[in-house]
Design a protein around this ligand. Structure first.
Ligand code: UFG
Length: 326
């Protein structure tokens, strides 16, 4: 018998997974963090959570953990997630993301774990036909990262169709996740941070000039537009998804974004305002794999999950700034 309170958090030592683990503990769940620490950090895992060092590409590692802890659901955060890297090293993305997901699903089947909340991405849309993009917009990814996540969504759908009594999923398509826990201690970390907000903040700190990738995009100011969402709000949506399973919400896809778009130039201005520091920057060529505009319609998550994001752009920048200044 599975234990309703036990949740298996694959990738729970990473940036988003560690925020989720904290939230699960706060809500009285028992998270089992499963992570190979390739991009995660042991110190991000609270001592109240169980930690299993293991690799999703090794079925035995997963099965042992599932057998031992009997979770009622899996949250799957473990993945390679850097868009430009996926263009230069696509096989890494198909192996780390697609192959590992198959291994995880097989282990779940064998151990009779029936529910999964999957971390998908706005990158599945590619260059959306309509903005804000809804879940029924055709998915035409423009980079291997987005394609790897779309493949996994197809695998989830087929698996749910094949085993309707024994397998259910909710796929959450994240837009640009940023910010850090207001209480500190966890955040975006690593030798190769490629994401915009940490890079702008580091430029504001004087460590490295920001390069803006392209100023000739088909947008009002020529720079790319993205929809930024606070990591804690994002994790709240996972808790709501977990509860939604109990109401019979199954095999659904939800966008998670703020429904507001900000250009790279607007982000630089916002950081300058919040931090009171200048952001030294220059313009470089477009970055391969980037779509021009991504803004979410999150109506479905609001209506079906009852999701209400609480943090705005200033709080995203403030909490990320606190983290960078730790
Ligand atoms: N950018 C710069 N300079 C930088 C870093 C980024 O100009 O130093 C630009 C990028 O070209 C892009 C925008 O800022 O236009 C945002 O780039 P990020 O690297 O921060 O994020 P991406 O939009 O490429 O990707 C992120 C996640 C994906 C997710 C996607 C969804 O990494 O997992 O958001 O929108 F799919």
């Amino acid at each position: 018998m599975s234990d309703k309170k036990v949740i298996f958090v694959a990738g729970g030592a990473g940036y988003i997974g560690s925020h989720m683990t904290r939230l699960l503990l706060e809500e009285g769940f028992k998270p089992i963090v499963f992570d190979n620490l390739s991009t995660g950090f042991r110190e991000f895992v609270p001592k109240e959570a169980r930690f299993v060092r293991g690799d999703l590409r090794r079925e035995r590692d997963i099965e042992n953990a599932l057998e031992r802890y009997r979770p009622s659901a899996v949250m799957h955060f473990a993945a390679a997630l850097v868009v430009p890297e996926s263009v230069s090293d696509p096989l890494k993305y198909y192996e780390n993301n697609v192959a590992a997901a198959i291994t995880l699903l097989r282990a779940m089947r064998r151990q009779k774990v029936k529910r999964i909340i999957f971390s998908s991405t706005a990158a599945v849309y590619g260059e959306p036909q309509r903005i804000p993009v809804r879940e029924d917009n055709p998915a035409c990814p423009v980079n291997p990262y987005g394609r790897s996540k779309l493949m996994i969504e197809a695998i989830l759908k087929d698996t749910a169709y094949a085993y309707p009594e024994d397998f259910r999923y909710i796929s959450l398509r994240y837009f640009n996740v940023a910010g850090a826990h207001p209480a500190g201690g966890i955040g975006q970390k690593g030798p190769q941070i490629t994401h915009l907000i940490p890079n702008i903040l580091r430029a504001a700190m004087g460590s490295k000039k920001l390069t803006v990738f392209g100023k000739d995009w088909p947008t009002p100011d020529g720079t790319c537009i993205r929809d930024y969402i606070h990591v804690v709000d994002l994790c709240q949506a996972h808790l709501l998804a977990l509860k939604a399973f109990d109401r019979g919400v199954n095999n659904e896809i939800f966008n998670l974004g703020s429904s507001k778009g900000f250009s790279v130039k607007a982000m630089i201005r916002a950081v300058e305002q919040v931090t009171g520091k200048k952001v030294p920057h220059r313009y470089g060529p477009r970055r391969p794999g980037d779509p021009a505009r991504l803004i979410a319609s999150s109506k479905k998550a609001r209506e079906i999950l009852g999701w209400r994001p609480r943090y705005g752009l200033d709080e995203i920048i403030e909490t990320a700034w606190q983290w960078e200044n730790r």
